[in-house]
Design a protein around this ligand. Structure first.
Ligand SMILES: Nc1ncnc2c1ncn2[C@@H]1O[C@H](COP(=O)(O)OP(=O)(O)OP(=O)(O)O)[C@@H](O)[C@H]1O
Ligand SMILES: [Mg+2]
Length: 239
Protein backbone atom coordinates (compact mmCIF):
# COMPACT_ATOMS: atom_id res chain seq x y z
CA UNK A 1 0.00 0.00 0.00
CA UNK A 2 1.49 3.32 -0.97
CA UNK A 3 1.68 6.15 1.49
CA UNK A 4 -0.44 9.18 0.60
CA UNK A 5 1.61 12.37 0.88
CA UNK A 6 -0.89 14.87 -0.46
CA UNK A 7 -4.65 14.48 -0.32
CA UNK A 8 -6.89 16.94 -2.13
CA UNK A 9 -10.57 16.54 -1.42
CA UNK A 10 -13.51 18.30 -3.10
CA UNK A 11 -11.57 21.53 -3.55
CA UNK A 12 -13.52 24.61 -4.64
CA UNK A 13 -11.66 27.87 -5.25
CA UNK A 14 -13.12 31.16 -6.44
CA UNK A 15 -11.80 34.46 -7.75
CA UNK A 16 -14.78 36.66 -6.94
CA UNK A 17 -17.61 35.14 -8.98
CA UNK A 18 -15.25 32.97 -11.05
CA UNK A 19 -15.48 29.36 -9.92
CA UNK A 20 -11.93 28.31 -10.84
CA UNK A 21 -11.76 24.88 -9.13
CA UNK A 22 -14.97 22.87 -9.10
CA UNK A 23 -14.54 20.07 -6.64
CA UNK A 24 -11.07 18.66 -7.31
CA UNK A 25 -10.20 15.37 -5.66
CA UNK A 26 -6.85 13.67 -6.14
CA UNK A 27 -3.85 12.27 -4.32
CA UNK A 28 -0.08 12.23 -4.63
CA UNK A 29 1.71 9.29 -3.03
CA UNK A 30 5.12 9.46 -1.44
CA UNK A 31 7.84 8.97 -4.04
CA UNK A 32 5.66 9.68 -7.05
CA UNK A 33 5.84 12.18 -9.86
CA UNK A 34 2.25 13.19 -10.62
CA UNK A 35 1.41 15.63 -13.37
CA UNK A 36 -1.55 17.90 -13.94
CA UNK A 37 -2.11 18.74 -17.55
CA UNK A 38 -4.70 20.93 -19.23
CA UNK A 39 -5.06 23.95 -21.46
CA UNK A 40 -4.81 27.65 -20.65
CA UNK A 41 -7.14 28.66 -17.85
CA UNK A 42 -7.94 25.06 -16.84
CA UNK A 43 -7.01 25.81 -13.23
CA UNK A 44 -3.54 24.27 -12.96
CA UNK A 45 -1.87 27.27 -11.33
CA UNK A 46 -4.88 27.81 -9.09
CA UNK A 47 -4.61 24.21 -7.91
CA UNK A 48 -0.98 24.70 -6.84
CA UNK A 49 -1.77 28.07 -5.25
CA UNK A 50 -4.62 26.49 -3.31
CA UNK A 51 -2.40 23.63 -2.10
CA UNK A 52 0.16 26.10 -0.74
CA UNK A 53 -2.71 28.27 0.65
CA UNK A 54 -1.70 31.36 -1.32
CA UNK A 55 -5.32 31.09 -2.51
CA UNK A 56 -7.24 29.15 0.15
CA UNK A 57 -10.27 27.10 -0.94
CA UNK A 58 -13.85 28.03 -0.21
CA UNK A 59 -14.77 24.39 0.21
CA UNK A 60 -12.89 21.11 0.55
CA UNK A 61 -9.47 20.47 2.06
CA UNK A 62 -5.79 19.92 1.43
CA UNK A 63 -4.00 17.40 3.64
CA UNK A 64 -0.23 17.07 3.61
CA UNK A 65 1.25 14.10 5.48
CA UNK A 66 -2.11 13.72 7.22
CA UNK A 67 -2.31 17.32 8.38
CA UNK A 68 -5.06 19.65 7.20
CA UNK A 69 -3.38 22.73 5.70
CA UNK A 70 -6.50 24.87 5.22
CA UNK A 71 -5.75 27.19 8.08
CA UNK A 72 -1.94 27.03 7.92
CA UNK A 73 -0.14 30.14 6.63
CA UNK A 74 1.90 29.76 3.40
CA UNK A 75 5.23 30.53 5.12
CA UNK A 76 4.52 27.82 7.68
CA UNK A 77 3.66 25.32 4.99
CA UNK A 78 7.17 25.83 3.58
CA UNK A 79 8.71 24.87 6.92
CA UNK A 80 6.81 21.57 6.75
CA UNK A 81 8.81 20.58 3.68
CA UNK A 82 6.38 21.61 0.96
CA UNK A 83 8.03 23.86 -1.65
CA UNK A 84 6.24 25.70 -4.44
CA UNK A 85 8.11 26.81 -7.56
CA UNK A 86 5.66 29.35 -9.00
CA UNK A 87 4.73 30.03 -12.59
CA UNK A 88 6.89 32.63 -14.29
CA UNK A 89 9.85 31.94 -12.01
CA UNK A 90 9.47 34.93 -9.64
CA UNK A 91 13.10 35.25 -8.71
CA UNK A 92 14.43 38.52 -7.27
CA UNK A 93 15.92 40.37 -10.27
CA UNK A 94 18.04 42.84 -8.26
CA UNK A 95 19.61 40.21 -6.06
CA UNK A 96 22.47 37.95 -7.09
CA UNK A 97 22.06 34.24 -7.68
CA UNK A 98 23.67 33.57 -4.31
CA UNK A 99 21.40 36.04 -2.52
CA UNK A 100 18.33 34.54 -4.17
CA UNK A 101 19.37 31.12 -2.90
CA UNK A 102 20.02 32.46 0.60
CA UNK A 103 16.54 33.98 0.67
CA UNK A 104 15.12 30.59 -0.26
CA UNK A 105 16.71 29.29 2.92
CA UNK A 106 15.25 32.00 5.16
CA UNK A 107 13.70 29.37 7.42
CA UNK A 108 17.05 27.59 7.83
CA UNK A 109 19.18 28.91 10.69
CA UNK A 110 22.27 26.73 10.31
CA UNK A 111 24.84 28.52 8.07
CA UNK A 112 26.71 25.31 7.29
CA UNK A 113 23.49 23.69 6.13
CA UNK A 114 22.74 26.67 3.89
CA UNK A 115 26.21 26.41 2.31
CA UNK A 116 25.83 22.66 1.88
CA UNK A 117 22.46 22.94 0.18
CA UNK A 118 23.70 25.73 -2.06
CA UNK A 119 26.54 23.46 -3.19
CA UNK A 120 24.03 20.67 -3.85
CA UNK A 121 22.01 23.08 -5.99
CA UNK A 122 25.16 24.00 -7.91
CA UNK A 123 25.82 20.33 -8.53
CA UNK A 124 22.40 19.93 -10.12
CA UNK A 125 22.71 23.21 -12.05
CA UNK A 126 26.45 23.91 -12.58
CA UNK A 127 25.56 27.00 -14.58
CA UNK A 128 24.33 28.65 -11.39
CA UNK A 129 27.70 28.12 -9.74
CA UNK A 130 29.43 30.00 -12.55
CA UNK A 131 26.89 32.79 -12.21
CA UNK A 132 26.51 33.02 -8.47
CA UNK A 133 27.45 36.72 -8.35
CA UNK A 134 25.32 37.68 -11.34
CA UNK A 135 22.05 39.57 -10.79
CA UNK A 136 19.00 37.33 -11.11
CA UNK A 137 17.32 39.68 -13.56
CA UNK A 138 20.19 39.37 -16.03
CA UNK A 139 20.00 35.57 -16.23
CA UNK A 140 18.44 33.98 -19.30
CA UNK A 141 14.94 32.53 -18.99
CA UNK A 142 16.25 29.00 -18.61
CA UNK A 143 18.79 30.05 -16.02
CA UNK A 144 16.08 31.88 -14.06
CA UNK A 145 14.02 28.70 -14.07
CA UNK A 146 17.01 26.78 -12.72
CA UNK A 147 17.46 29.42 -10.02
CA UNK A 148 13.78 29.26 -9.01
CA UNK A 149 14.11 25.49 -8.80
CA UNK A 150 17.39 25.58 -6.85
CA UNK A 151 15.90 28.18 -4.50
CA UNK A 152 13.01 25.83 -3.66
CA UNK A 153 15.54 23.08 -2.88
CA UNK A 154 17.18 25.21 -0.18
CA UNK A 155 14.57 24.00 2.33
CA UNK A 156 15.28 20.35 1.38
CA UNK A 157 11.59 19.80 0.59
CA UNK A 158 9.82 16.45 0.66
CA UNK A 159 7.17 17.57 -1.80
CA UNK A 160 7.79 20.02 -4.65
CA UNK A 161 5.01 21.78 -6.55
CA UNK A 162 6.34 22.79 -9.97
CA UNK A 163 4.33 25.19 -12.12
CA UNK A 164 5.28 24.90 -15.80
CA UNK A 165 9.03 24.60 -15.34
CA UNK A 166 9.59 24.27 -19.09
CA UNK A 167 7.66 27.36 -20.12
CA UNK A 168 9.50 29.49 -22.66
CA UNK A 169 12.66 27.39 -22.61
CA UNK A 170 14.71 26.10 -25.51
CA UNK A 171 14.62 22.30 -26.05
CA UNK A 172 18.04 21.89 -24.45
CA UNK A 173 16.99 23.68 -21.26
CA UNK A 174 13.68 21.82 -21.20
CA UNK A 175 15.65 18.58 -21.19
CA UNK A 176 17.91 19.82 -18.39
CA UNK A 177 14.90 20.77 -16.28
CA UNK A 178 13.07 17.47 -16.89
CA UNK A 179 16.27 15.50 -16.18
CA UNK A 180 16.64 17.31 -12.89
CA UNK A 181 13.02 16.56 -11.96
CA UNK A 182 13.70 12.86 -12.55
CA UNK A 183 17.00 13.00 -10.62
CA UNK A 184 15.36 14.71 -7.65
CA UNK A 185 12.58 12.14 -7.66
CA UNK A 186 15.18 9.34 -7.69
CA UNK A 187 16.79 11.07 -4.72
CA UNK A 188 13.50 10.65 -2.84
CA UNK A 189 11.52 13.80 -3.55
CA UNK A 190 7.83 13.64 -4.36
CA UNK A 191 6.74 15.91 -7.20
CA UNK A 192 3.49 17.46 -8.39
CA UNK A 193 4.20 18.83 -11.83
CA UNK A 194 2.00 21.21 -13.82
CA UNK A 195 2.83 21.29 -17.52
CA UNK A 196 1.56 22.35 -20.91
CA UNK A 197 4.29 20.17 -22.35
CA UNK A 198 1.99 17.21 -21.83
CA UNK A 199 3.94 14.58 -23.73
CA UNK A 200 7.17 15.13 -21.82
CA UNK A 201 5.40 15.52 -18.49
CA UNK A 202 3.45 12.28 -18.91
CA UNK A 203 6.66 10.59 -20.04
CA UNK A 204 8.30 11.08 -16.64
CA UNK A 205 5.17 10.80 -14.46
CA UNK A 206 3.84 7.81 -12.57
CA UNK A 207 0.31 9.17 -12.84
CA UNK A 208 -1.47 12.12 -14.34
CA UNK A 209 -4.71 14.07 -14.14
CA UNK A 210 -6.27 16.04 -16.97
CA UNK A 211 -7.88 19.28 -15.86
CA UNK A 212 -10.52 21.10 -17.85
CA UNK A 213 -12.29 24.27 -16.63
CA UNK A 214 -11.64 23.42 -13.00
CA UNK A 215 -12.56 19.74 -13.14
CA UNK A 216 -10.64 16.50 -13.54
CA UNK A 217 -11.91 14.90 -16.73
CA UNK A 218 -9.41 12.05 -17.08
CA UNK A 219 -6.86 10.28 -14.93
CA UNK A 220 -4.50 7.38 -15.28
CA UNK A 221 -0.90 6.28 -15.37
CA UNK A 222 1.46 8.50 -17.34
CA UNK A 223 1.72 5.75 -19.92
CA UNK A 224 -2.07 5.30 -20.27
CA UNK A 225 -2.71 9.01 -20.66
CA UNK A 226 0.11 9.34 -23.17
CA UNK A 227 -1.58 6.73 -25.30
CA UNK A 228 -5.12 7.96 -24.71
CA UNK A 229 -6.66 9.13 -27.97
CA UNK A 230 -8.60 12.04 -26.46
CA UNK A 231 -5.48 13.30 -24.70
CA UNK A 232 -3.37 13.00 -27.83
CA UNK A 233 -5.91 14.94 -29.85
CA UNK A 234 -6.52 17.67 -27.38
CA UNK A 235 -3.23 18.21 -25.65
CA UNK A 236 -0.56 16.73 -27.84
CA UNK A 237 -1.63 18.55 -30.98
CA UNK A 238 -2.61 15.46 -32.96
CA UNK A 239 -5.66 15.56 -35.15
N1 LIG B 1 -6.16 36.53 -9.94
C1 LIG B 1 -7.21 36.11 -10.66
N2 LIG B 1 -8.36 36.83 -10.70
C2 LIG B 1 -9.43 36.41 -11.42
N3 LIG B 1 -9.45 35.27 -12.12
C3 LIG B 1 -8.35 34.52 -12.12
C4 LIG B 1 -7.17 34.90 -11.41
N4 LIG B 1 -6.23 33.96 -11.59
C5 LIG B 1 -6.79 33.03 -12.41
N5 LIG B 1 -8.06 33.36 -12.72
C6 LIG B 1 -8.98 32.58 -13.57
O1 LIG B 1 -9.10 31.27 -13.05
C7 LIG B 1 -9.07 30.30 -14.09
C8 LIG B 1 -7.93 29.32 -13.88
O2 LIG B 1 -6.69 30.02 -14.05
P1 LIG B 1 -5.28 29.34 -13.82
O3 LIG B 1 -4.26 30.40 -13.81
O4 LIG B 1 -5.35 28.46 -12.64
O5 LIG B 1 -5.15 28.44 -15.14
P2 LIG B 1 -3.92 27.59 -15.70
O6 LIG B 1 -4.46 26.21 -15.96
O7 LIG B 1 -2.76 27.69 -14.80
O8 LIG B 1 -3.65 28.28 -17.11
P3 LIG B 1 -2.27 28.56 -17.90
O9 LIG B 1 -1.96 27.30 -18.62
O10 LIG B 1 -2.65 29.65 -18.85
O11 LIG B 1 -1.22 28.97 -16.92
C9 LIG B 1 -9.00 31.10 -15.39
O12 LIG B 1 -10.29 31.24 -15.90
C10 LIG B 1 -8.43 32.44 -14.96
O13 LIG B 1 -8.88 33.48 -15.79
MG1 LIG C 1 -0.86 28.46 -15.04
Amino acid sequence: MSEVMLEINDLHTYYGQIHALKGLTFTVNKGEIVCLIGGNGAGKTTTLRTISMLKPPKQGYVKYKGQNLNSVAPHEIVTKGLAHVPEGRRIFPRLTVKENLELGAYTVKDRNLITKRMQQGFEIFPRLRERQSQLGGTLSGGEQQMLAFARALMIDPELILLDEPSMGLSPLFVETIFDSVVALNKAGKTILLVEQNALMALGISNRGYVLQTGEIVLQGTGEDLKNNEAVRKKYLGED
